[in-house]
Ligand binder design. Sequence first.
Ligand SMILES: [Mg+2]
Length: 276
Amino acid sequence: MEFAFQRTYRGPLKAAILDWAGTTVDFGCVAPAVVFVQVFEKHGINITMEQAREPMGAEKRKHIQEIAQMDAVQEAWKNAHGTTPTESDIDQMYAEFIPMQVACIGEYADLIPGTLDTIEHMRTRGMRIGGTTGYSSEMTDVLGPEAADRGYEPDVSVAANHVPAGRPAPWMAIKAAMDLGIYPMEACVKIGDTVPDIAEGLNAGMWSVGVVMTGNEIGMSESEFAAAKPKLLEPKRDRAYTKLAQSGAHYVVDGIADIPPILDLIDARLARGERP
Ligand SMILES: [Mg+2]
């Protein structure tokens, strides 16, 4: 056979898979960062907010493990406890993390500005909405109803413990698509605020979009952000845009409010037969 013919999807986007903290709720992704600091503090180790935020997007036990593997933390742990942290130390910290995170997660459930308008816009396009997260279901069971009270309720929500592996593996995004009954994967766009979020979408074969100013990369609450000097924000913004773009994001924007025009761009690329 001299020629082979390849099938391409030319239809529009059918679903958005949205991260929770830093993307749709919890401006600055503050809730988990605060609790990671507190959990290490319980074990006599002071970590910085920057260290606490570094692995953000990952499933939370894996996140604790990644902090524990940082050179400075290993050193401090050795000084405090005589050895570097063991797997059972990490199990113990994760066991402590769960109730501490659940206890405060409701305080960080306010929607990020633009969330409701963007969801409404997506719905008028006929898109369905899925949620994925580094949180476990103990945490989303509290966060989900809090967000619903504020008007945001995705059609399906997948927590990190619902799948064999969290981000950067694609399973949560794929399970969300499956639970929505949506295919092909190139008809889905994944939106999130961290490098593992971008990887999750790309690994799932979806379009992947990063949000910068409302998420972990800037790491400021809404009031801190409002009070921050543009001079301070600009270099942080540049660094964050570069980081998420270099992780392979198809598009990077300030926040979820900026998503609607991106959907037009992706629809146009799909119509031309492009794939993520
Ligand atoms: Mg996030």
